[in-house]
Design a protein around this ligand. Structure first.
Ligand code: C2E
Ligand code: MG
Ligand code: MG
Length: 572
């Protein structure tokens, strides 16, 4: 009896120990993020553990019930999963497979570990991990590596690679590849006026439209901000550049509707370069197309510009010029010429205009209308413009003292200079530094100055006017010449552009306009200056119609400082 009791106690103790281990394993399985499926090959029994119930809404107790697994995974994974779970390759202990469920939401990784006894598979443990998050993150990374987030088009890197493929293929088959750069006109106005979210919406919708034009032979990418690039392999028929451009034009006749219901119409400028004519590599082709697009834009927006060699040469020259210009600023290779202005009625010296000249390393004189626009683009206009202001005031002070003849020094001011916050202070400080009467200094501005930020420009000009500086509106008649803004401008003088003077005697509409301008200027209390007066007839006529001041080759060409000194010497 004692022996029996002992056996029973032993069994109880062993059972307790076993259920303790069971509980411990259960806890371990529950604590992991995986589900487990165990089966023994001889008993054909299957046990599920861990997160199984969270992952699947069915349980498996026998091998044949594992069929349910193959039914919930996407079709293409059913067979590989079956192979991984059931087919034991000799000596293989570990196999792994990732499957997506039919609901498209979840991804699971199945990892099988087989134990062998006497070289026969004995038992198997399948660990199942939910890898949905990693999968989607990887997909997102993959997407970001190849596509543009905003438009769904290819991104730049991927596009360049694919374009490279087109070029290689065309090289092998004597083929053609056309590259189109498409730039939304006045995109800044959309961004500034309606906000960048609206700008993004337009880019997104237009990008989506370009995607629709893509096929086996056409690819497109979002290059940057409002610039897109397309490449066409063998551009013929419905895939020709003309046909693609026509489709774009047709779409743009209709507006894009923003989420808030606003309708926006856009136009685009397109530049086209072709392999092998324009360039032989992907990047060069994009570059050439971009150059011609910008050149085309200068002539007018909403148009297509095809590559031609003179355009490229012109661009290369401007790049060379830009580099030389940077050096010239460094070396201060500029000089000032001065062109006298005379009162019309008595031909007395009224003033002189400082005109900059650049002598490049080869001794060539480069005209300001060639290099000033480049200097405005690359920022060199600031040191150059400041130098002109200081240098002309310095000369003025010297001549005023030396010859005692009163006159006004006119200085051309670029819109970029005027846009600077420190512009007003700089001018005032320089005037104070040389102790000149502000009334003897005149700043010549053009209408382009007003396009940027009308209110702030007017404010700056007003401060300078209040300080005593004279303001002159240059090249009147060449810009938008709206009469309504004239009365808002704090100006003293208006310069009628040379193009009017050129034809004033031969073209009667020009004559009528010129006379009206002079009448209006006088009525507004401004002074009128005629630019580019080259002959006596023009002079006599301008005198007759009451133009106040004459500037031009007839009475004085732009001169060096020495020549001006001779002129002043003769006058005194
Ligand atoms: P602008 O201010 O209208 O200057 C008048 C231009 O007409 C000058 O050309 C002058 O040489 C030219 N001109 C004057 N009278 C006659 C004439 O009777 N016949 C002909 N054919 N031309 C005449 P320039 O010196 O080549 O200057 C061209 C433009 O470059 C200037 O036009 C001005 O806008 C700009 N510029 C010149 N110097 C400066 C400067 O220091 N700063 C800035 N921002 N611009 C400047
Ligand atoms: Mg001028
Ligand atoms: Mg002018």
């Amino acid at each position: 009896m004692d022996e029996l009791q002992y056996q029973m106690d032993l069994l109880k103790a062993m059972n307790q120990k076993l259920s303790l281990k069971d509980r411990m394993y259960q806890m371990i399985f529950d604590a992991t993020d995986s589900a487990y499926l165990y089966y023994s090959f001889d008993k054909k029994e299957v046990t599920t553990m861990g997160k199984w119930k969270e992952f699947f809404d069915f349980d498996i107790k026998e091998v044949k019930e594992m069929e349910q697994l193959f039914e919930v995974v996407e079709e293409q994974y059913a067979l590989p999963l079956r192979e991984a779970l059931f087919i034991e390759k000799k000596g293989e202990v570990d196999s792994r497979i990732e499957c997506q469920l039919k609901n498209k939401k979840s991804w699971f990784q199945f990892c099988c570990k087989v134990e062998y006894q006497n070289q026969q598979p004995f038992e198997k443990m399948i660990t199942i991990r939910n890898v949905t998050k990693e999968k989607f993150q990887n997909e997102e990374l993959l997407y970001m590596a190849y596509y543009d987030n905003l438009t769904g088009l290819y991104n730049r890197n991927n596009f360049v690679k694919l374009l490279g493929e087109y070029v290689r293929k065309a090289g092998e088959n004597n083929g053609i590849v056309s590259v189109l750069i498409i730039d939304i006109d006045d995109f800044r106005k959309i961004n500034d006026g309606l906000g960048i979210v609206a700008g993004d919406e337009v880019v997104q919708q237009f990008g989506g439209f370009l995607k629709e034009l893509c096929n086996n032979n056409i690819i497109a990418c979002h290059l940057s901000s409002d610039i897109f690039c397309m490449a066409i392999y063998e551009p013929t028929g419905s895939c020709s550049v003309e046909s693609v451009y026509k489709s774009i034009q047709k779409r743009l006749r209709e507006p894009f509707f923003l989420l808030d219901g606003r309708a926006i119409n856009i136009t685009v400028s397109v530049g086209v370069a072709e392999y092998p004519e324009a360039a032989t590599t992907a990047l060069e082709l994009i570059n050439c197309a971009e150059i011609v697009m910008y050149k085309g834009k200068e002539k007018g927006k909403n148009a297509i510009q095809y590559f031609d060699t003179p355009i490229l040469n012109e661009f290369l020259n401007s790049v060379e010029l830009e580099n030389k210009l940077k050096q010239a600023v460094f070396d201060n290779n500029f000089i000032l010429h001065f062109q006298p202005q005379f009162d019309t009625d008595n031909k007395r010296l009224r003033g002189m205009e400082a005109l900059i000249r650049w002598r490049d390393d080869d001794g060539h004189m480069i005209r300001p209308d060639v290099f000033i626009p480049i200097a405005e683009k690359n920022g060199a206009i600031i040191p150059i413009g400041n130098w002109v202001v200081e240098q002309s005031i310095k000369n003025f002070v010297k001549w005023r003292k030396q010859y005692g003849i009163p006159f006004v020094m006119s200085i051309n001011i670029s819109s970029v200079q005027c846009g600077r916050d420190d512009f007003v202070d700089f001018v005032m400080d320089t005037i104070r530094k040389y102790n000149v009467n502000p009334d003897e200094i005149e700043l010549e501005i053009t209408e382009s100055i007003l396009i940027e930020d009308f209110a702030s420009v007017i404010d700056k000009l007003r401060q300078l006017r209040d300080f005593g500086v004279r303001i002159s509106l240059d090249d009147f008649g060449t810009g938008f010449s709206s009469l309504s803004y004239l009365k808002k401008l704090p100006i003293n003088t208006l310069k009628i552009d040379k193009s009017f003077i050129d034809t004033v005697l031969t073209d009667s509409p020009t004559r009528i306009i010129t006379e009206s301008i002079i009448d209006m200027v006088s009525a507004l209390g401004f002074e009128s200056v005629a630019e580019g007066v080259e002959n006596e007839q023009q002079y006599n006529y301008l005198n007759e119609i009451g133009c106040d001041v004459i500037q031009g080759y007839l009475l004085g060409k732009p001169m060096t400082a020495e020549q001006i000194e001779d002129m002043l010497q003769n006058m005194s």
